[in-house]
Design a protein around this ligand. Structure first.
Ligand code: 13P
Length: 251
C-alpha cells in the first residue's frame, strides 16, 4: 500500500523552543501507533536544529517552508544544498503566502529545479484565489502555476515532485472554508490529466497530490474521501491532539 504523506506547515509559529518541545513531546508519545504514514514537519528555519535532535529515532522527517534557489551572495537566504546537508528532505515551494509577498512563477521555477536536481522533494503549492474561483477559473490558474513551475525541468527528475492543491480561499487564516470533497477530487483528476498530457502516463500515475486548506481533525475523513495522497496542514498541526487524529485517519 502506498504510504500517505502528511505534512505539517507550522508557518511562523510557535515563538519559542520550549513550545516546540511541548508539541513534539506530545506528538512523539502518540506517533508510535501510526503506521503507513510519512510524517513531515516543516518548522521555521530557526527550529530545525532542535527538531532534528528531537525527532531522532521517530518516523518524523524534516521539512522546510521555503528555500532560495542557490548559494552565494544572497543576504538572508538559505540554499537547497544547506538544507540537504542538514537532513531536510521536503521543501514547501510556492506557498500562496509567499506568492503574496511577491514570489513569482519564475522564482518558483528556479527553486523547483534546484531542489529536484539535488534529489530533494519539493512540495509545489498551487491554488486559486477566491476571486478566481468565483469566475470558475481554478483550472486555468492551477494549470498555469504547474506548467510555469516546471518549465524546462527534466522529466526524469519529476519522480520526487509533490503537488499540494491549496485553494487560497480555503486557508484558515483567510477565514477559509473547507473545499468540498467533490471539488478536491475534480482538481486531483485535472492535475493527473495535466501531467499525463505534458509529462506522460508514468509520471502522472506516480505524482503525489496533497490537499491543504483548513484541514483539521473534524473534517479529515471528508478530505480523505477525495482520494488524495495526503494533506498539508497549517493551524491544526500546531495542536498535537488534532495532528495525531489527522495522522490516525490515514493510518
Ligand atoms: P490551514 O491548515 O491553517 O488552513 O493552512 C493551510 C496551509 O496554508 C498549509 O500550507
Amino acid at each position: 500500500m502506498k504510504k500517505a504523506l502528511v505534512v505539517a506547515n507550522w508557518k511562523c509559529n510557535p515563538s519559542t523552543e520550549r513550545e516546540v518541545g511541548k508539541i513534539l513531546n506530545e506528538v512523539k508519545r502518540q506517533i508510535r501507533k501510526i503506521t503507513n504514514v510519512q510524517v513531515v514537519i516543516c518548522p521555521p528555519f530557526l527550529f530545525l536544529p532542535f527538531l532534528r535532535e528531537k525527532i531522532k529515532n521517530t518516523k518524523i522527517v524534516l521539512g522546510a517552508q521555503d528555500v532560495f534557489y542557490q548559494g552565494g551572495s544572497f543576504t538572508g537566504e538559505i540554499s537547497p544544498k544547506m538544507l540537504k546537508k542538514f537532513g531536510v528532505k521536503y521543501v514547501i515551494t510556492g506557498h500562496s503566502e509567499r506568492r503574496k509577498l511577491g514570489e513569482d512563477d519564475q522564482i518558483i521555477n528556479k527553486k523547483i529545479k534546484s531542489l529536484l536536481e539535488l534529489k530533494m522533494n519539493p512540495i509545489l503549492c498551487v491554488g486559486e484565489t477566491k476571486e478566481m474561483r468565483e469566475k470558475e477559473k481554478q483550472f486555468e490558474v492551477v494549470e498555469r502555476q504547474i506548467l510555469a513551475a516546471l518549465r524546462n525541468v527534466k522529466k526524469t527528475l519529476l519522480d520526487n515532485l509533490i503537488i499540494a492543491y491549496e485553494p487560497v480561499w480555503a486557508i484558515s487564516t483567510n477565514k477559509g472554508k473547507l473545499c468540498s470533497s467533490d471539488d478536491i477530487m475534480t482538481m486531483k483528476l485535472f492535475i493527473k490529466q495535466l501531467f499525463e498530457k505534458n509529462f506522460g502516463a508514468k509520471i502522472s500515475e506516480k505524482i503525489k497530490i496533497l490537499y491543504g486548506g483548513s484541514v483539521n481533525d473534524k473534517n479529515i475523513q471528508l478530505v480523505r474521501s477525495a482520494g488524495i495522497d495526503g494533506v498539508l496542514v497549517g493551524g491544526a498541526s500546531l495542536n498535537p491532539q488534532k495532528f495525531i487524529l489527522i495522522l490516525k485517519a490515514f493510518s
